[in-house]
Design a protein around this ligand. Structure first.
Ligand SMILES: CC(=O)N[C@H]1[C@@H](OP(=O)(O)OP(=O)(O)OC[C@H]2O[C@@H](n3ccc(=O)[nH]c3=O)[C@H](O)[C@@H]2O)O[C@H](CO)[C@@H](O)[C@@H]1O[C@H](C)C(=O)O
Ligand SMILES: Nc1ncnc2c1ncn2[C@@H]1O[C@H](COP(=O)(O)OP(=O)(O)OP(=O)(O)O)[C@@H](O)[C@H]1O
Ligand SMILES: C[C@H](N)C(=O)O
Length: 513
């Protein structure tokens, strides 16, 4: 019999628990008082938050982690002995410390004691903890199997699309929260309103992000599906745009109702949404906007529903791409029966998700902004928003290409998406766990961009980026950090350095005697 995810009390053990999708599920299950544990090779504030909830987090990823679920702590069999194992780049060693761990988990007997092991796509089949779970006979699921089961448990809204999933799903979750529906929310980014990427509510609705990167969104059967747009973004999984479209068609066929943006040609012609939205008032969509005014701190627009005006929307986000995301949220809210006034007043206070055009600080009239853009269309949209918002500032775009597969496949598009930047800094490619195929590197990306924007330079490392920007940034610059990897780690250091330099310049520090 095919295993089904058991929410009745059997333990969950997440391999890769610190992932943005994995941790959201782990959070909700832990909040539902289910036994949750997991491991991750990268401790973070996200794993720390789960630990504070009582989840058992193993800092090393090794076969013996699973021994702690067995009623007796018999030494593992020879084949499981993880004296020294390699996990990815991490050689881990069973340590005395780990033997002292006493899991705060219920100790059922026999097979029932074994946890349901949940794996991220980032966990490959050579992972020793995964292999140990297989050998012990644990039920093994993918992250999407747990999400699919949760989606079945609620009146669910699943937000899919190549770009804008996290922003749109977070906005929908937020407006349902503000409307008093107490939703459960599972998204791919961190949102201030619920201080993270997940929230357990007591209401009937679940709002989830439906990730297409590994094709697993075809498992979901939500009442309401949203498709924001469709492009090729994961050549590591899809051979062509046609394959991406086919996957979204399967997803859409499993939704009772589909809300879609018909400004995206494949959504318009292939998904054919039941409820449509468009930035073009003449496109004949069910929802659209007119009288759009782009302000310094957001956007106002008149919102229309099937030819009738609903009223004014004040969106505290920048860029027409976010107005498009907001139209999706309005369409969903209206479909769920909310008054436009309730929707508009909620969206007016939506602060967005972290790392989505997030202002990290301002020093000496230099603004430091963090954005998750890692696809040419996302970079183009975000630079257009920055240019619109700051027509008189010098825009310095610092971009960390993300995945070798995406960079080589979309190189021609990356070359032409930085035209709105006055200066472009390109770093070495962030692997995201991919092997370096040797087909492309950051310097080549900078060279390709320079053919269209002559002010493109290559700074290979995060340290060289810091040194370069300290010499280059000047008052009235907008420093826009673009990427989904670890580039944004340099922002706090840069801000601190500029603050120190400013204090020096103001003579606030006594001169050394
Ligand atoms: C790989 C993958 O499918 N990632 C997607 C999945 O997150 P999750 O499944 O949690 O994946 P992770 O965030 O990438 O986080 C993965 C976690 O796994 C650890 N690790 C990784 C390797 C290893 O050997 N051991 C080990 O512990 C590692 O340290 C990290 O914390 O779902 C999210 C929500 O939709 C997507 O945003 C996310 O990125 C998609 C692609 C995108 O938005 O395009
Ligand atoms: N509707 C949109 N069209 C194009 N770009 C967008 C759109 N919405 C957001 N973006 C850009 O894409 C970035 C990622 O946004 P978001 O995280 O909401 O999308 P996502 O689909 O969850 O991303 P991913 O799946 O790649 O992690 C944003 O920081 C912004 O630069
Ligand atoms: C950023 C996106 N989650 C990727 O891994 O490509």
């Amino acid at each position: 019999m095919k295993n089904t995810v058991d929410f009745s009390g059997r333990p969950f053990h997440f391999i890769g628990i610190g992932g943005i999708g994995m941790s959201a599920l782990a959070y909700v299950l832990a909040q539902r008082q289910l036994p949750v544990s997991g491991s991750d090779i990268r401790p973070s504030h996200i794993t720390q938050r789960l630990q504070e909830l009582g989840a058992h987090i193993f800092r090393e990823q090794e076969a013996s982690n699973l021994q702690f679920f067995l009623p007796t702590a018999e030494p593992a069999s020879e084949s499981l002995q993880p004296a020294t194992v390699g996990v990815g780049a991490t050689n881990v060693k069973k340590t005395e410390q780990s033997l002292k761990l006493e899991p705060k988990l219920n100790r059922a007997t026999g097979a029932a004691a074994l946890p349901q092991v949940i794996c991220s796509t980032a966990i490959n089949t050579t992972n020793f903890e995964y292999l140990a779970a297989l050998e012990l006979g644990c039920p093994i699921f993918h992250r999407s199997d747990v999400l699919a089961a949760l989606i079945q448990d609620y009146q669910s809204i699943a937000v899919a699309g190549t770009h804008g999933k996290t922003t749109t799903s977070s906005m929908i979750g937020y407006l349902l929260l503000m409307a008093g529906n107490d939703p459960t929310i599972v998204v791919g980014g961190e949102v201030k309103a619920w201080e993270g990427n997940a929230r357990l509510g007591g209401g009937a609705y679940l709002v989830a992000e439906a990730d297409e990167s590994d094709g697993s969104l075809v498992k979901f059967s939500p009442q309401l599906g949203v498709v924001t747009n469709i492009e090729l973004d994961h050549p590591d999984h899809y051979e062509s745009l046609e394959q991406v479209i086919n996957t979204f068609e399967i997803f859409a066929s499993r939704c009772q109702i589909v809300v879609g943006c018909i400004d995206s040609p494949p959504v318009c012609s292939r998904i054919k949404p039941h409820i449509s939205y468009s930035l073009n008032p003449d496109a004949g969509a069910d929802y659209t906007a007119s009288d759009v005014v782009y302000l310094a701190d957001g956007i106002t627009a008149q919102i229309w529903e099937r030819g009738e005006i609903l009223g004014e929307l004040n969106l505290p986000l920048l860029g027409q791409h976010n107005l498009s995301n907001a139209l999706a949220a309005v369409a969903v809210g209206r479909h769920l029966g909310l008054e436009f006034e309730v929707i508009a007043s909620a969206i007016a206070t939506f602060a967005g998700a972290k790392r989505r055009f997030e202002l990290r600080g301002e020093v000496n009239n230099i603004r430091f902004i963090d954005d998750y853009a890692h696809h040419p269309s996302e970079i183009r949209a975000t630079l257009a928003a920055a240019r619109q918002n700051s027509p008189n500032q010098r825009i310095v775009a610092i971009f960390q290409p993300h995945r070798y597969s995406r960079t080589v496949s979309l190189l021609a598009d990356f070359a032409q998406c930085f035209n709105d930047a006055d200066l472009v800094v390109i770093t070495e490619i962030y692997s995201a766990g991919e092997p370096n195929n040797g087909l492309v590197n950051g310097q080549q990306v900078a060279q390709e961009i320079a053919a269209y924007n002559p002010h493109a330079v290559y700074q290979p490392s995060l340290q060289s980026v810091v040194e370069f920007l300290q010499e280059t940034l000047r008052p009235n610059d907008l420093a826009l950090f673009l990427g989904a990897g670890n580039l944004n780690q340099v922002i706090p250091e840069l801000i601190a350095n500029f603050e120190a330099a400013e204090k020096d310049a103001l003579g606030e520090y006594p001169c050394p005697v």
